[in-house]
Design a binder for this molecule. Structure first.
Ligand code: SF4
Ligand code: SF4
Length: 386
């Protein structure tokens, strides 16, 4: 395991692979399977993972308390804890202070190694500054309640540049993967942070898992390079090949993912020129097929009308990538009629929170139209028979 991000306060070094607490496995009742998460974290700890990242809203508020309970069995100085202030839903400095202290309690700690303003965009940044939240976090840093202060980001490159240049940040967290090189902060944002000497942490290195489940047709260039490498390992190596990346967050949802990531990060081999070209060709094939950029983060859920937004987009995107009728039928059938996109009554709540800024309402209409058209489409044999 590599430990790239330097600390000067004597705390444990963050591992290059960070454990994101957004996609913990759930049991058949839809509750987080805490016993399984605990085993996954034990395995990650043994493999040298020292960085654990969560946020107030993850898993409908369950992520912070669960992570706090599981990590409490380890000495506090053996891991880095990172969480985020949900500035978008707080309306005063006092509310931010109260929330911060609730987070300390939930995570059973007296300080955060890394603390971020969550999901900054033009509006939330303006709000965080005008309400004194940035000042408050600076005070907390002075007092040792926060060791390193940064922000996570979802807006255009121009807004990223404005925020990055506004103060001396300790680090920043951006969305970057081999498909999203020109999206939001993108590679240009990464390069700006590198020039300024600000370490970058990466979220969505596999675009919500999409890059880990490529069809053989899309992945053909990667398979030609190395048929034994996991699809996830290509995405991880692509981001880890960028030398100013200090932590790559992976929202691990199963033990196999922990094991696969540990194998990849045991020794990071930067991509060769030939491998880089194979990744670019794969990205091109994916871009041609993908319907939208939903990462499956579920920030938009629960929808008041019961729409399973994330699963609907997953079915739509997988249909476009795999062109597999039987699989699409099964996945579409797994969404109960009361959770289908046609239940949407257009309130717009989901669009206000979506970090990918997706036009969710209009895309939901397309999901129903296009998935049903695909399922009703006759293939050549069926056309011949009829
Ligand atoms: S716009 Fe539709 S999908 Fe979005 S939250 Fe409202 S009802 Fe749900
Ligand atoms: S629609 Fe947006 S908020 Fe909802 S799961 Fe997808 S990316 Fe996340």
């Amino acid at each position: 395991m590599e430990y790239r991000m330097k600390r000067t306060d004597g705390g444990v070094q963050p591992s290059l692979l960070g454990f994101g607490a957004l996609r913990f496995p759930v049991n058949s009742q839809g509750q987080v399977d805490e016993a399984q998460v605990s085993e996954m974290i034990d395995r990650a700890m043994k493999g040298g993972v020292t960085y654990y990242d969560t946020a107030w809203p993850y898993l409908n508020g369950e992520s912070e308390p669960i992570l706090g309970r599981i990590l409490s069995k380890y000495p506090r100085e053996s891991y880095c804890l990172s969480t985020k202030l949900p500035c978008y839903e707080l309306n005063s400095k006092e509310a931010a202070a109260e929330r911060f202290h609730m987070q300390l309690q939930r995570l059973q700690t007296t300080y955060f190694d890394y603390y971020l303003l969550h999901m900054l965009n033009k509006d939330t940044w303006k709000k965080a500054v005008s309400l004194g939240m940035v000042e408050l976090m600076e005070e907390y840093k002075e007092k040792g309640l926060i060791r390193y202060f940064g922000f996570s980001f979802h807006d255009s490159y121009e807004v990223f540049e404005e925020i990055l240049n506004s103060r001396n940040w300790d680090f920043c967290l951006i969305q970057l993967n081999y498909l999203d090189t020109d999206f939001q902060a993108g590679l240009k944002g990464y390069q700006l942070a590198e020039q300024k000497g600000i370490p970058v942490q990466i979220m969505e290195p596999l675009k919500g898992g999409l890059l880990a489940r490529l069809s053989p047709e899309v992945a053909e260039p990667l398979l030609a390079c190395d048929p034994n490498a996991s699809m996830a390992s290509w995405g991880m190596r692509w981001v880890a090949s960028l030398s100013n990346v200090g932590v790559v967050l992976s929202g691990m949802g199963a033990m196999e993912q922990v094991v696969d990531n540990l194998n990849t990060f045991q020794t990071i081999n930067p991509l060769s020129e030939q491998e880089r070209m194979a990744v670019e060709e794969t990205a091109k094939r994916l871009r041609e097929r993908l319907k939208n950029g939903c990462t499956g983060c579920r920030y938009c859920m629960p929808c008041p009308a019961g729409v399973d937004i994330q699963s609907s987009f997953q079915v739509w995107n997988n249909m476009a990538i795999d062109q597999d009728k039987a699989l699409t039928k099964r996945n579409w059938g797994a969404i109960a009629p009361e959770n289908r996109p046609d239940q949407c009554y257009g309130c717009g709540r989901c669009e206000r929170i979506c970090p990918q800024h997706l036009p969710i309402r209009s895309h939901l209409k397309l999901v129903t139209e296009q998935v049903e058209a695909f399922l009703n489409e006759k293939n050549k044999v069926e056309q011949f028979i009829s």
